[in-house]
Design a protein around this ligand. Structure first.
Ligand code: PLP
Length: 369
């Protein structure tokens, strides 16, 4: 029997691959390879899609986080409240700008930053909240935005897994002072290499990022600040411009696959399925299930030729590199439990119904044994 990968690029929707290739050839033929028409056109389209005033293309999602934090003025000595169960990039970005990450427990149902733990973590040094819209579901932003207002905190969203996700009808990336997106190839909107963007309604933040990403230049060889090189590549922008036109369709494909899993696995004892909070439009970057015998289930699926992933097997505070933050095992039990029970099932646009049936079948049989 053919194996089923955790993720695979498929020619979906029909015609997309040809359109991407045509856009690439056009960008190549233009002979303008750095910060040209493709980047500008994509930035305008992406800002419109998110519903904000500005988007600035950068090199990758990590840089988008760093530049967003710098753009809203986060730096040395500042504390930033962030969920402990995020990808390391979120925490690294906080450290990169010289600030201190204050890790908090996620909500036990949505796995997202929650007012219950965030409020308790706010100190006189706190300067920002960094909600991560994990797996494709937007955090419960209303109380978080209230908390931020009350304490005069900035809000920087990590929307790297939530392109097109909604909360009360508004898109991920449109809530904070700035938001970071990654266009890593497997993300809901993915380039053919590294790419990222910061979105914001604040023209000053957008202008800072446009300078900072390009050596601080306002014009060729005139630097107004000490910047870096983190430009969105013209060829990647050409790809993204085309794929953005299909993002809603790609997200609907993910949602349909997720509904099948939710339906077919709902009565399986010992399994916890993803929960979508009221008012949220989940885009299922990851279809995460939880079970105590996670490792056994993963191994069993592998033996049946079915790939899975774990997001994430070791929480940031227990990774060897982050010992200096001073956390120990048991400090963040919800995040630790998530790390030991989470499993991500195959879900990608173009996945076939027969493939999904087989995943469902193997999972169901595992629990019936
Ligand atoms: C992918 C991802 C990033 C980093 O994006 P890169 O483009 O790989 O640098 C940051 N945060 C989260 C939550 C992500 O999923």
């Amino acid at each position: 029997m053919a194996s089923i990968p955790y993720f695979q690029f498929r020619g979906y929707p029909a015609g997309l691959e040809a359109a991407v290739e045509a856009a690439l050839l056009e960008a190549v033929a233009s002979k303008h390879y750095i910060l040209g028409k493709q980047v500008k056109t994509f930035e305008e389209a992406f800002a419109r899609f998110i519903g904000v005033g500005h988007a600035a293309g950068v090199g990758n999602g990590y840089d988008a986080l760093v530049l967003a934090l710098k753009g809203v003025g986060i730096g040395a000595g500042d504390e930033v409240v962030v969920p402990a169960n995020t990808f390391v990039a979120t925490v690294n970005a906080i450290l990169q700008v010289g600030a201190k990450p204050v890790l908090v427990e996620p909500d036990a149902h949505t796995y997202n930053l929650t007012i219950r733990t965030a409020a308790k973590a706010v100190s006189s040094k706190t300067k920002a909240l960094l909600p991560v819209h994990l797996y494709g579901q937007v955090c419960d932003m209303a109380p978080l935005l209230e908390l931020a207002q009350e304490h005069n905190l900035s809000v920087v969203e990590d929307a790297a897994q939530a392109h097109g996700a909604t909360y009360r009808g508004q898109k991920a990336g449109s809530f904070g002072d700035a938001a970071a997106f990654s266009f890593y190839p497997t993300k809901n909107l993915g380039a053919l290499g590294d790419a990222g963007a910061v979105v914001t309604d604040d023209i000053a933040v957008a202008e800072f990022i446009r300078k900072y990403r390009n050596y601080g230049e306002v014009q060729k060889y005139r630097s107004e600040l000490v910047g870096v090189n983190s430009r969105l590549d013209e060829l990647q922008a050409a790809v993204l411009r085309v794929k953005l036109q299909h993002l809603d369709e790609l997200n609907v494909a993910r949602q349909k696959l997720a509904q099948v899993y939710l339906q077919e696995l709902q009565d399986v004892g010992g399994l916890m399925l993803p929960y979508t909070a009221p008012g949220c439009g989940h885009v299922y970057h990851v279809f995460n299930i939880r079970t105590a015998p996670r490792d056994k289930l993963k191994q069993h699926l592998l033996e049946q030729g079915i790939g899975t992933a774990i997001h994430y097997p070791v929480p940031v505070h227990l990774q060897p590199a982050y010992g200096f933050l001073g956390y120990k095992q048991g400090d963040l039990p919800v995040a630790e439990d998530l790390a030991s029970t989470s499993l991500s099932l195959p879900l990608f646009p173009g996945m076939q119904a027969e493939e999904q049936e087989r995943v469902v079948d193997v999972v169901r049989k595992f629990f019936r044994r």
